[in-house]
Structures are given as structure tokens and as C-alpha cells.
Design a protein around this ligand. Structure first.
Ligand SMILES: *Cc1c(COP(=O)(O)O)cnc(C)c1O
Length: 344
């Protein structure tokens, strides 16, 4: 392990950093060409690029972790490859082939390995794959050329001082339409979420809870993380099911761990806002948020409170420890979840 770079690993936030290498691949006339590592954070694109005008783009987010023995590992990158292929299909873009995607993530992290934070810092390397429609265009039509890129940066833990519950608030705005692009990881879902997100944060909330766009009676998801509640008495793990939710890889991993390792009953179904009192604990799940406990959800003039506004509920803590233990290599992972990044 060569730690030649000068970074304060214990004080990293979630901020862009210009690392030496990124993956780039170019698509034209039905094939990918010029695939490999490049230096330089900028690249020219045509002013008519459909990604800029009509939101023809998709992205991903995953992390690399350094284990106690120094080895770097990825958490379920094949799932990000699959999801990005689904997003690409929805946006009428050519997907970067799934095996190539995983290999490209490995090579990009490997090339920037000095920037993967040390074990024990609580930090990790964030990986951002991006696919954009480029080339000369003006009418509403799919691009004839595409660029796929993967760039990376070290990021700090979401919570520096351990898990801290945060209040959330429901929004009158929607992030997605009932049969829109909510289940695809695309920029268009985020453009419209900036305003409600900003309003909620200014009012002191962690983030916005979006309701189902058709009836505004059910919880959909939380900003950029999926929602769960732990039912009182039964300890059942309940998480919303909806065609306009982004299918979180963290959520499906936690569902597996809740069932297989904690022996909890799991339900994916409707979570009505006016029934939130049925939960003892609640939280948000995503690559960035990991597992974030929710202290309360304000909805109009009602306020639904969960476990505590200071302490983490016991089931939330157990799920967190299990997930993070697997990600940092301290706990054995289910078959196929971990991909090691070999040294250069
Ligand atoms: C990426 C994302 C999530 C979390 O997905 P993970 O795969 O767990 O990182 C949740 N909601 C939205 C809207 C997202 O974009």
C-alpha cells in the first residue's frame, strides 16, 4: 500500500476531487471505441448534445473500501452495471456492457488506488459512472454518439460521530411521475428535486420525503435514498414498493441481511403516511447515506416520531453494523457481493 498522497483522511466531506485517472469510452455507429484510462477532468462536447438539452443521460454511484489487510474491494458493482443498463434502455441509449462496466470500475479504482482512504478512517472512495448522449443535434431525438466515463474521489463518512438521527419532511413536489422515469437513475429526476431539497435543508431537515405522485398518501423515498420502517411489536422490516422508486442496491442488500442474518420478516408494500405511527424505528438507505436513522417525519401539521431524536434504534444499529462490516471486509459477505481490486 503506497500512501504517497497528502490528504487529511479524517476530515473528508462529500466533495468533488480531481484525481489523476478516469475511464472514458466513446460510442458511434453501433460500437464502443477508444476505451481506457485518460487524464484530465474536462472533455469537449458539442453544443447540441442531447444530454444538455433533453436530459439524455444516466449515472451510477458506488464505493470502494479498504480492508484491514490493505486490500481494496468493491460492493456489488455488478448490480450497478445492471441498473445502469436498465436506465440506458429507458433513455434510449446504448448501455456500456455489464462485464466491461465492472472491469472498467476495477481499472479506474486501481489506477487511483493511492486515493482510497485507509481502513479505520470511516472514509471510502466514491465512484461515479456517467453515460451521456452527445454530438450535433437540435430536435428532440436520441443522440448518435455517446460518452461513458467513470470518475472517482475519496469521501468521508456520512456521519463523523456515529449514527445520528435526523428529521425529514414530506414535500408537495414530486421527484417522478407515476409512469415516468422514477425507477431510472437519471439526471432529470434530480433537476426538479433541487428546489424542494433546498427548502427542506434551510428549514433544518435532513432531506425531503417524496410521496407517491398519483395520490400523495404513501411514502415513496427520501431524496436520494430508499425508506424503511421497523414495525412495533413484530419487528417487521417494511419498505415501500412502487414503480416510481429508484431500486436501491443498498436496500436490496439490507433486505437480504434483515432476513438471512437478523431473522426479520420483510415486507415490500404500501407505506401510508397517516399510518407511520406503526413504526418504532425508521431510516433511509443508499450508497451515500448508508443507513441513516430518521428521528421524525413532519407532514402538514402532523409529526410522526420514531425511536429517538438522539439515539439509534437497536435494529437500525444491527443492520448498519452488518452492512458496513461487510463493505469494509470485517464480516463475511454473501456469495458474489465482493469484487477485489488487484494492485497495479
Ligand atoms: C441512487 C439512488 C438511491 C440509492 O441507491 P443505492 O443503489 O442504494 O445507492 C435511492 N434513491 C435515488 C433517487 C437514487 O438516485
Amino acid at each position: 500500500m503506497t500512501m504517497s498522497v497528502n490528504i487529511d483522511w479524517n476530515n473528508l466531506g462529500f466533495a468533488y476531487m480531481d484525481l489523476p485517472y478516469r475511464w472514458r469510452a466513446y460510442w458511434k455507429d453501433g460500437e464502443w471505441y477508444k476505451e481506457g484510462l485518460e487524464e484530465g477532468k474536462t472533455f469537449p462536447i458539442a453544443e447540441g448534445a442531447p444530454a444538455l438539452h433533453y436530459g439524455q443521460e444516466a449515472f451510477e454511484g458506488l464505493k470502494a473500501y479498504r480492508r484491514k489487510d490493505g486490500q481494496i474491494q468493491l460492493f456489488r458493482p455488478d448490480q450497478n452495471a445492471k441498473r445502469m443498463a436498465n436506465s440506458a434502455e429507458r433513455m434510449l441509449m446504448p448501455a456500456y456492457p455489464e462485464e466491461k462496466f465492472v472491469e472498467a470500475v476495477v481499472k479506474t479504482v486501481q489506477a487511483n488506488a493511492d486515493y482510497v482512504p485507509p481502513y479505520g478512517s470511516g472514509a471510502s472512495m466514491y465512484i461515479r459512472p456517467l453515460l451521456i448522449g452527445v454530438g450535433d443535434n437540435i430536435g428532440v431525438s436520441p443522440a448518435k454518439e455517446y460518452i461513458f466515463t467513470i470518475f472517482t474521489m475519496p469521501v468521508g463518512p456520512y456521519y463523523r460521530d456515529g449514527l445520528a438521527p435526523m428529521p425529514f419532511v414530506t414535500s408537495k413536489y414530486d421527484r417522478a411521475a407515476p409512469y415516468g422515469t422514477g425507477a431510472s437513475k437519471v439526471g432529470g429526476n434530480y433537476g426538479g428535486s433541487l428546489l424542494p431539497g433546498e427548502k427542506a435543508k434551510k428549514a433544518g431537515y435532513g432531506d425531503v420525503v417524496y410521496l407517491d405522485p398519483a395520490t400523495h398518501t404513501k411514502i415513496e423515498e427520501v431524496g436520494s435514498a430508499n425508506f424503511y420502517g421497523i414495525e412495533k411489536d413484530t419487528n417487521k422490516f417494511v419498505t415501500p414498493k412502487s414503480p416510481s422508486i429508484l431500486p436501491s442496491i443498498t436496500k436490496y442488500s439490507i433486505i437480504h441481511l434483515a432476513k438471512e442474518r437478523l431473522g426479520l420478516e420483510v415486507e415490500e408494500g404500501d407505506v401510508y403516511v397517516d399510518e407511520l405511527d406503526r413504526f418504532a424505528e425508521a431510516g433511509a438507505m443508499g450508497t451515500a447515506a448508508v443507513i441513516s436513522p430518521v428521528s421524525r417525519i413532519d407532514h402538514g401539521d402532523r409529526s410522526y416520531k420514531f425511536y429517538s431524536d438522539k439515539e439509534v434504534g437497536p435494529i437500525t444499529q444491527k443492520l448498519y453494523d452488518e452492512l458496513v462490516g461487510i463493505q469494509y471486509g470485517d464480516i463475511e459477505a454473501p456469495e458474489g457481493w465482493i469484487v477485489e481490486v488487484p494492485e497495479k
